[in-house]
Design a protein around this ligand. Structure first.
Ligand code: ADP
Ligand code: ZN
Ligand code: ZN
Length: 712
């Protein structure tokens, strides 16, 4: 007997094939089964998406249908909840179901054929035997603080979702470990998922979870999932999670789609971090999907941050005011002396002109060196210096292909565009006027490091007198940014040098401000944070505040020395409310002020946004497509109803208007109602597709919708 099997495959994003395709099968495979199917000349991975029907039950021509190529019998079917998650994500983020579903599976499932996979499964099945079943040994964990105990009690009693608002070093990670521990001990098959924003932070977290849970549940019980892993490792982790062998899955945003048939707890650490939003393809927010998935699967969701996103903060206002999340608070850092660092603002209006390190900051750094303590200086920029500049004619090293400046890289004396990658050797003289004296403008981390080295050249470290250095050794400065950590393992080895005390001053980008636990740093300095105060991006102040709080949190992690730790901010606007709130470590005050502004300006979270982006050879075509699609709204069925509460703005060039000779335009759509926005976008999809086919769109390269965009 032959069955008709609806199978979801990865069809091109904008193809008209939105739903599953029908194949023939002699077996009735359960919904959620993985199969391999022919499509054109290729053989693809597919997921059985609906119940099979008997041949003849619908109007398809049986002669045109092809049989499936095989089924992956060794892998249990994906659960209904997983399929529902994928369905929701595809609909909400306006992508095809096949794209989202198949992209959520590990690449090797797609790339290996049935035979290769069968072999792989056999190997994993052997490895899985080593897992130790849950045993009632008590774990030698620390005694909880009063704040941790209170938080855990409420977590037990309520349903959530929860927002854990806890200062850096307040013991949030310890709370995560406890919630996981309680879950695994109480339910022998339950699984927990823990998400972190950056790959760099997974090894640290993995070590902590492995140390706690490895001895209890076996090494296979904790697995990681992130894009830095090899395809083989990813498949292995995915299979462990899918089969239930893995009890704890640690990962970056992609982990939100992992198949965990028994997930009962989802933790999103540093929930405010922008990396939770995917920036290409289906532009999903892993944090928002975690909330949805929790509700879907009956899993508790715990978001954690010292500086929550304004969205989550707003959702966790008192229930009496409409809040939907439970806010849990841990204001104190752990340890008797673990006070938050003192914030010092240097008014740059009263410092020597053009100085990068103000004299008081320099003195403070020298004092740390004299005491054998470490300092950290950070700048949100990479490269030796952003732009090469001619003082005579004002020529700047613009990229000929993008509306961006190329960055001067001293190491190989090149000018590189960070957007399209266009690279040239540095010219000997100004290409516009011939002036041989062209120089870097502004400063990147590399130049900052060099400049600091000059300023500290005569400083000697005490207690380091040797035959070679009778007056003590020079200061040791290190730099950590995207350029110095390109190779695998470099970041780890540099961090290790900081931890072991081989470094006196660490210079870097925001990369060093996040998450790392530096114990002997007692001074953190932001040398030039002002530009974010006056950015066109309405989220820039939120980012800056969070970055500065995170950075401050790096100082004085060691209770013995944290009493003297300081956060320095050099600014031309010392009285700015953002810095006032920072000085008091007062996130709630900062958030209240920002939320008032956002409400007055009708910005998220008081308003919902979507962007349609278009790319073409000319700006005219890119904008023309958007304008045509917008004009076509009037002709849509029930246009009046759909347009209720919707504002469509005119098409504009994107702030990064040109990348690699491609012109980019965008159009903003806003609504005070999420549901209204969703209804409109779903109906408008068809219009966008058909506008694409019209003469107005000739020359259009691509278009895409970004729902809840992070930058507009
Ligand atoms: P956060 O994640 O909030 O930054 P952590 O959980 O990393 O904080 O805790 C900060 C430090 O305090 C860590 O070194 C951790 O081991 C320690 N710590 C956490 N909870 C306790 C506790 N109850 N007793 C003693 N030390 C603790
Ligand atoms: Zn470029
Ligand atoms: Zn010139």
């Amino acid at each position: 007997m032959t069955h008709w099997l609806p199978v979801l495959v990865h069809t091109p994003v904008h193809s008209q094939v939105a739903g599953p395709l029908t194949y023939l099968s002699t077996q009735t495979l359960p919904v959620g089964s993985l199969v391999r199917v022919p499509l054109g000349q290729r053989e693809l991975l597919g997921v059985v998406w609906d119940s099979p029907t008997d041949a003849g039950a619908n109007s398809l021509d049986p002669d045109k249908l092809r049989p499936i190529a095989g089924s992956l019998d060794g892998i249990a079917p994906l659960t209904p909840a997983w399929r529902q998650l994928v369905t929701f994500a595809a609909r909400y983020y306006q992508r095809s179901l096949g794209e989202v579903a198949l992209a959520a599976l590990p690449p090797q499932l797609r790339d290996l054929n049935t035979l290769q996979l069968a072999r792989r499964l056999k190997k994993h099945a052997k490895g899985a035997d080593t897992a130790v079943p849950g045993s009632p040994i008590t774990i030698n964990s620390v005694a909880l603080t009063a704040e941790q105990t209170a938080v855990l009690n409420r977590f037990d009693l309520e349903a959530g979702p929860f927002l854990l608002f806890g200062a850096t070093g307040s013991g949030k990670t310890e709370v995560y470990l406890h919630t996981v521990q309680q879950l695994l001990a109480s339910d022998p098959s339950a699984q927990a998922m823990v998400m972190v924003p950056e790959i760099n932070l997974t090894p640290q977290l993995e070590a902590r979870f492995m140390a706690r849970f490895g001895p209890l549940y076996g090494e296979n019980a904790v697995v990681s999932l992130h894009s830095g892993m090899t395809p083989a490792q990813r498949l292995k982790s995915w299979l462990a999670a899918h089969s239930g062998v893995a009890r704890i899955v640690l990962g970056t945003r992609m982990a939100v789609f992992a198949s965990l048939p028994n997930v009962k707890l989802i933790i999103v650490d540093e929930e405010h971090d922008p990396s939770y939003k995917q920036q290409e393809g289906a532009r999903y927010s892993a944090r928002d999907l975690a909330i949805y998935r929790g509700r879907l699967e009956g899993a508790k969701v715990l978001l954690g941050s010292a500086t929550p996103s304004l969205e989550s903060w707003y959702h966790s206002r008192p229930a009496s005011e409409g809040g939907r999340y439970v806010r849990l608070e841990m204001p104190s850092r752990i340890g008797a002396n673990a006070a938050l660092p003192l914030v010092r603002r240097v008014d740059m209006n009263h410092q020597p002109k053009k100085c990068v390190f103000s004299p008081p900051l320099l003195t403070a750094i020298e004092q740390r060196i004299a005491r054998g303590e470490q300092s950290m200086v950070f700048l949100n920029r990479r490269g030796y210096s952003p732009v090469l500049h001619c003082a005579d004619c004002d020529w700047k090293s613009e990229c000929p292909h993008c509306s961006a400046f190329r960055v001067f890289h001293k190491i190989d004396r090149t000018l590189r565009c960070h957007h399209c990658g266009y690279t040239e050797r540095v010219p000997r003289a100004c290409p516009a006027c011939g002036n041989p004296d062209i120089a870097p403008m502004g400063r990147g981390t590399e130049r900052l490091e060099e400049h600091l080295a000059e300023l500290l050249a005569s400083v000697r470290r005490p207690n380091s007198v040797s035959a070679q250095w009778p007056e003590g050794e020079p200061v040791r400065i290190a730099r950590i940014d995207a350029d110095t950590t390109k190779l695998k393992g470099e970041l780890e080895s540099q961090l290790a040098r900081v931890h072991s005390g081989e470094i006196d001053v660490l210079v870097g980008t925001q990369m060093i401000a996040k998450g790392h636990d530096f114990r002997r740093i007692t001074l953190v300095a932001a040398v030039n944070p002002d530009n974010a105060l006056f950015s066109s991006d309405f989220r820039a102040p939120e980012r800056l505040f969070s970055l500065l709080m995170q950075a401050a949190g790096r100082a004085g992690r060691d209770a013995d020395i944290s009493g003297q730790s300081e956060m320095w901010v050099q600014t031309f606007h010392p009285a700015h409310p953002l810095f006032e709130a920072l000085k008091r470590h007062d996130y709630p005050a900062f958030a209240a002020e920002q939320l008032t502004e956002r409400e007055q300006a009708a910005m998220p979270p008081f308003n919902f946004q979507a962007l349609v982006r278009a790319e073409a050879r000319t700006q005219e075509v890119a904008q023309g497509f958007l304008t045509a699609a917008s004009a076509a709204v009037a002709g849509m069925a029930e246009a009046d109803r759909l347009l209720q509460h919707i504002t469509l703005y005119p098409a504009v060039p994107m702030s990064m208007q040109r990348v690699a000779n491609v012109e980019r335009a965008q159009m903003l759509i806003e609504s005070p109602s999420r549901a209204a926005l969703q209804r409109f976008l779903s109906a408008w999809q068809t219009v966008l597709h058909s506008t694409r086919q019209q003469p107005a769109a000739r020359g259009l390269i691509r278009w895409a919708v970004d729902v809840d965009p992070l930058a507009i």
